[in-house]
Ligand binder design. Structure first.
Ligand code: BMA
Length: 325
């Protein structure tokens, strides 16, 4: 078994690799599609007007695309792909996740609108044109799709923000919904409560889309530990106190609403300079997990809300970490 290793060539993508205005390159979705790896990444750009105290503010977000033959070395398309600038209702379109289902590539994304945060699902065949299939009501985001129908229905994980009923405490959980057609979603149910994650004291949320293994669906989640007495590294004009970990759990193959294993420790935590220092330090935000034919698993994650990084392991190691709840 191969323990999890952070790629020594990290980050795999950062602003220096982008041939247009780029600031923070992170929280990417990754898929293997039509014979090559595809990454759709978030680009927070427009940092020219730094604040007088040396802090930084960003002035726009778009989604860019990169392609790779091996999953390690990436070539970035010449122009950004998706930029929602002509809709006065929308502030930004961000945090993409990719799932290939029956030969088409689906993109889940978050949208900050003037009336709340919404999750959406779009489909593309060429990373040029795309159709938006569905949008949630606020507040919801971090949606990911399973790569095949289960019991005849599409399934997604998601993270609503029940602020009012949780006393404005940022204690949010992972939920699951099903759909006959990817447009109309229902039968929503709680999957993982934040109280079941020993290394979280605040919100959790889905991370990369699940992968199918012989023992069940392996899926990552992000988990937030907040400590107001600890000031983490940040470029923002406000203190940053939330550490984000990557976690992993195993769901039943035939009924993924059943958690059959959970790793009680973080799978990924910030230890390297590119993870600890940045726009929001100590943030690990996995958005892509791919299982190769030889059992190698590549996990792509945003690091410090600043760069995109890669960790590599094998599927047996990940399965060995998941203990019964
Ligand atoms: C979350 C999202 C992510 C981000 C994370 C850490 O709430 O906004 O896009 O990576 O915070 O800043």
């Amino acid at each position: 078994m191969r323990k999890i290793e952070k790629y020594t060539g990290n980050p795999v993508l950062s602003a220096a690799d982008i041939p247009y205005d780029a600031g923070l390159i992170f929280n990417a979705g990754v898929a293997f599609f039509n014979g090559r790896y595809v990454m759709v990444f978030r680009n927070d750009y427009g940092f020219a007007a730094d604040l007088p105290n040396g802090r930084r503010e960003n002035h726009g977000t778009n989604l860019g695309v990169a392609f790779s033959k091996d999953g390690y070395h990436w070539e970035v398309a010449a122009k950004p792909w998706i930029q929602m600038v002509d809709d006065p209702e929308i502030y930004r379109f961000y945090d993409p996740r990719l799932t290939v289902i029956d030969g088409r590539c689906y993109l889940c994304f978050a949208v900050d609108t003037r009336h709340g945060v919404r999750g959406g699902i779009a489909v593309t065949d060429d990373f040029d044109k795309f159709d938006i299939l569905t949008m949630t009501v606020p507040e919801n985001r971090n949606m990911v799709l399973f790569p095949e129908k289960i019991n005849g229905r599409y399934v997604r994980l998601e993270r609503p923000f029940p602020e009012y009923s949780r006393g404005y405490q940022e204690r949010f959980d992972v939920w699951m919904s099903a759909s006959p057609d990817l447009r109309y979603w229902g039968d929503s149910q709680l999957l993982l409560g934040v109280e079941h994650v020993p290394f979280a004291n605040a919100k959790i949320g889905p991370a990369a889309p699940p992968i199918k293994t012989r023992k069940g669906w392996l899926t990552t989640f992000h988990a937030v530990y907040k400590d107001n007495d600890r000031k983490l590294n940040t470029w923002e004009n406000a203190p940053w106190t939330k550490e984000y970990y990557g976690g992993i759990m195993l769901l039943d193959l035939y009924d993924p609403s059943k958690i059959i294993g959970l790793c009680r420790k973080p799978l990924l935590e910030a230890t390297e300079k590119y993870e600890i220092e940045g726009f929001r330090g100590s943030v690990i935000f996995p958005g892509g997990m791919l299982l190769d034919a030889d059992g190698e698993v590549k996990i792509y994650y945003g690091a410090a809300d600043t760069v995109e990084a890669l960790a590599v392991t094998d599927v047996e190691y990940l399965l060995s970490l998941c203990e019964p709840l």
